[in-house]
Write a protein that binds this ligand. Structure first.
Ligand SMILES: Cc1cc2nc3c(=O)[nH]c(=O)nc-3n(C[C@H](O)[C@H](O)[C@H](O)COP(=O)(O)OP(=O)(O)OC[C@H]3O[C@@H](n4cnc5c(N)ncnc54)[C@H](O)[C@@H]3O)c2cc1C
Length: 383
């Protein structure tokens, strides 16, 4: 919901949202609409009524980028990729013609390669420096900060969008939109984190200042292919273009048998999944509805493997005793830890709690609470 405080802004913001609707085409979820002040205050009672004239409501998508990333890696592995976690490229070696032919990966692997694709995001320059210490730096990292607030501040499935965020203090900003009888306290924040987004410039461009609008692909003289920048929205296009450039740069054209499959490739987990799959999980394993929905949404049809993992090997009890919530407020299941170790390249507790189960990003205290239990399960897995 976009709260609006000046009448002229109603058509302005509605037109902007309608443009989104049009650009989304048949992928659009719901059409955006104006919600009157009275209805908005009924729907969103915590909203401040002072000076409010109207609101515009539009639908936005949300995804679990940790699990999306893992599904992408597992899909690549299914199609022949070899993946490794926590392997840092520390040296690039070249043949007599100055072309890259070998990478030293800390600390156990030396990979003999046809080509190297640098996808190090905000750290892309580190690899470019290994290739050519005097290269022009391409990344200008931009820091983004998120805080998570409890869901009693807004109605279910609705949030507030501030179209003109200032660089001010975030909690102050939230307070300015909510009724004065809603006290937004610092201690209410469930988690806070900061990350680096790689804004990039093309090393081939004449000006060193201009940032590219979206992403850039560059092949160095020694054939280090760098892809940097971009958004989740365009990842398939970026991947397909990169593979196209790579096959040419690395002399692999003859290995392309029948064009590219990237655009329509289905990720692992999607083949046997339906929106009702969670009901099957409830019926088979007696799960709480919220847990079953979480597992179905996050792992798709891989959720069945999650239980194969624990039932067959580690949980001596049969239904219903294997049911066990790691955290009561957020639906998480202990089988997710074993599954992460066995199937999702997990090596550390932080891998599990932040990059697989997503707990640190949603509720930091819950993550700390289950920390010792996760350590125990991982210790058991790793002997
Ligand atoms: C807080 C935040 C919010 C964002 N929100 C959105 C959003 O809403 N929508 C959206 O589309 N985008 C969003 N982005 C941007 C998006 O997440 C990034 O564009 C994307 O993560 C960049 O992907 P990447 O693969 O290029 O880099 P990364 O995801 O940063 O991955 C780089 C990888 O390279 C590894 N690496 C680094 N150096 C080496 C080395 N020497 N050897 C081996 N590996 C190495 C790193 O460990 C890392 O795993 C957001 C970014 C941040 C930080």
């Amino acid at each position: 919901m976009l709260p609006i405080y000046k009448y002229w802004q109603v058509p302005y913001h509605l037109a902007g949202c309608k443009m989104y609707d049009v650009l989304a085409g048949k992928e659009n979820m719901e059409t955006s609409y104006v919600m009157s002040k009275g209805k908005a205050l009924k729907t969103y009672p915590a909203l401040k009524s002072d000076r409010l004239v109207s609101t515009v409501v539009y639908d936005d998508g949300q995804h679990n980028d940790s699990q999306m990333n893992i599904a992408l890696i597992m899909s690549a592995v299914k199609h022949g990729t070899v993946a490794a976690n926590s392997c840092e490229v520390t040296r690039l070696n070249k043949d007599g013609n100055g072309k890259l032919n070998d990478a030293r990966v800390k600390d156990t692997l030396t990979a003999h390669i046809r080509g190297i694709i640098n996808t190090a995001g905000p750290f892309s320059d580190a690899l470019l420096t290994l290739d050519n210490p005097s290269h022009k730096h391409i990344v200008r990292p931009s820091s983004i900060i998120h805080i998570t607030l409890p869901n009693h501040y807004s109605p279910r499935k609705m949030g507030l969008l501030d179209p003109a965020t200032s660089d001010g203090r975030m909690l102050e900003e939230v307070r300015s939109y909510l009724s004065t009888n809603v006290k937004v306290r610092r201690g209410d924040a469930l988690s806070a984190w900061s990350g680096l987004r790689p804004l990039v410039r093309n090393p081939g461009a004449a000006s060193t200042e201009d940032l590219v609008r979206n992403y850039m692909i560059h092949v160095s003289d020694s054939r280090l292919l760098t892809i940097a920048g971009g958004k989740w929205m365009t990842y398939r296009g970026m991947a397909e273009e990169t593979v196209g450039v790579a096959t040419k740069a690395f002399g692999l054209d003859n290995r392309v048998k029948s064009g590219y499959v990237t655009e329509t490739l289905r990720l692992v987990g999607t083949h046997g999944w339906s929106r009702n799959m969670f009901i099957g999980l409830i019926q088979t394993y007696g799960l709480e509805t919220e847990v079953a929905k979480h597992l179905s949404e996050s792992y798709r049809d891989r959720a069945w493997t999650l239980f194969d993992t624990s039932v067959s090997l580690y949980v001596p009890f049969s239904f219903p005793f294997l049911l066990y919530l790691m955290v009561t407020v957020l639906p998480r299941h202990r089988t997710e830890v074993r599954y992460a170790v066995r199937h999702e390249y997990t090596l550390t507790v932080i891998d599990v709690l932040a990059r697989r189960a997503y707990l640190f990003f949603l509720k930091a205290l819950a993550a700390l609470e289950v920390f010792p239990r996760v350590v125990d399960i991982m210790a058991d897995e790793f002997n």
